[in-house]
Ligand binder design. Structure first.
Ligand code: PEP
Length: 251
């Protein structure tokens, strides 16, 4: 049985005070939920304060990105070890905005993934096709490339600490979510790729989140897909009540 994983990606939103306020509002709304892992991913600047606010609660802390070195002359970067130092259990890697705006390609993302895992973080590793790739019939090729190259060289025990987030780029922040059938079809395909690469039993345990315009009113239906194991939520995670509703819909 895979435990649902629901994460809020706050992207470049909320100053420290607002971030702490949001998480303080969220804590009572999801208190007592143990049947799902619930993660909040604020900006770097808010991680420490939010980490303190979630300490002792059932909420887990995640970052949105990290670098592939522990320390040194890498101006502007943050290491997984630094993230652990402020209480992170998780990081997102490979979000489509990192791929698109910061030119992060499969090989770099694979290095980041392996380094974050070896530093003891769990990772939500994002994949997903653009609208053009879907419309031109390339979706499966794109997903196969992202999964195969992205997960290359991972050990089975590292894969257990990894979740995949299927986020079709055309659904992110657009208000147009994948239909439950589209999401399930992609998730089943992705699980099949993991099966080929890592074997049946670890693929059966792999959590695959869906992301892309998830809202309280579509979460329940999306979760019906047998290969959907939770959500990575952008816009709707910025408000405590809508994020809490999504988390409950995933139970
Ligand atoms: C995201 O950016 O990971 C995301 C899924 O955004 P939204 O929920 O706003 O579509």
């Amino acid at each position: 049985m895979r435990k649902p994983l629901i994460a809020g990606n706050w992207k470049m939103n909320k100053r420290v005070g607002e971030a702490v306020e949001t998480v303080k509002a969220l804590v009572p709304l999801v208190a007592g939920i143990t049947a799902a892992d619930i993660v909040v991913c604020p900006t770097y600047t808010a991680l420490h304060a939010v980490g303190q606010a979630v300490n002792g609660t059932n909420l887990q802390l995640g970052a949105q990105n990290c670098y592939l070195k522990e320390s040194g002359a890498y101006t502007g970067e943050i290491s997984p070890q630094m993230l652990r130092d402020v209480g992170c259990m998780w990081t997102i890697i490979g979000h489509s905005e990192r791929r698109q705006y910061f030119s992060e390609a499969d090989e770099l993302l694979n290095e980041k993934l392996k380094f974050a895992l070896s530093a003891g973080l769990k990772v939500m590793f994002c994949i997903g096709e653009t609208l053009q790739e879907r419309q031109s019939g390339k979706m499966n090729d794109v997903l196969e490339r992202q999964v195969t190259r992205g997960l290359q060289g991972l050990t089975v025990s590292q894969l257990v600490e990894t979740a995949l987030a299927y986020e079709p780029v055309w659904a992110i922040g657009t208000g147009v979510n994948a239909t439950p059938d589209q999401a399930q079809e992609a998730h089943a395909f992705i699980r099949g790729l993991a099966r080929k690469q890592f074997g049946e039993s670890v693929a059966a345990e792999l959590r695959i989140q869906y992301g892309g315009s998830v809202k309280p009113d579509n979460a329940k239906e999306l979760m019906m897909g047998p290969d959907l194991d939770g959500f990575l939520v952008g816009g709707a995670s910025l408000k405590a009540d809508s994020f809490a509703e999504i988390a409950k819909a995933a139970l």
